[in-house]
Design a protein around this ligand. Structure first.
Ligand SMILES: [Zn+2]
Length: 109
């Protein structure tokens, strides 16, 4: 992972939205996180990070993207996309999902 990437904090709107969700669902365990990927702008494909040197500046034509994500601890730390836009509606759907509820049940029994 290129230098500095791992220190990018999740965006504030995501932290705020999750804080609200946490207050509504105090038993839930999740956290805001940021995924990182590099796009080759010629092909629009993502580039394997291990093909890039850790300290190097990105080669021309490559663009870094930070993707807000939400980690669900009850579902083996799986990552879910935030959104749409600056909301956590997608994740809210996940929280109401039957599988997720079953996992939560296992932990809180
Ligand atoms: Zn879950």
């Amino acid at each position: 992972m290129p230098h500095g990437a791992q220190h990018t904090p999740p965006p504030l709107w995501l932290q705020d939205a999750l804080q609200e969700l946490r207050e509504e669902n105090p038993r839930e365990l999740f956290e805001a996180t940021v995924g990182y990927r590099v796009i080759d702008q010629n092909t629009l494909q993502s580039v394997k990070l291990d093909s890039l040197s850790a300290s190097a500046v990105l080669p021309p034509g490559y663009k870094a993207q930070y993707l807000p994500r939400i980690r669900c601890f009850d579902c083996q730390g799986r990552l879910y996309f935030a959104g749409p836009e600056h909301t956590v509606d997608n994740f809210q759907v996940h929280v109401e999902n039957r599988l997720h509820r079953a996992n939560l049940q296992k932990r809180t029994v």
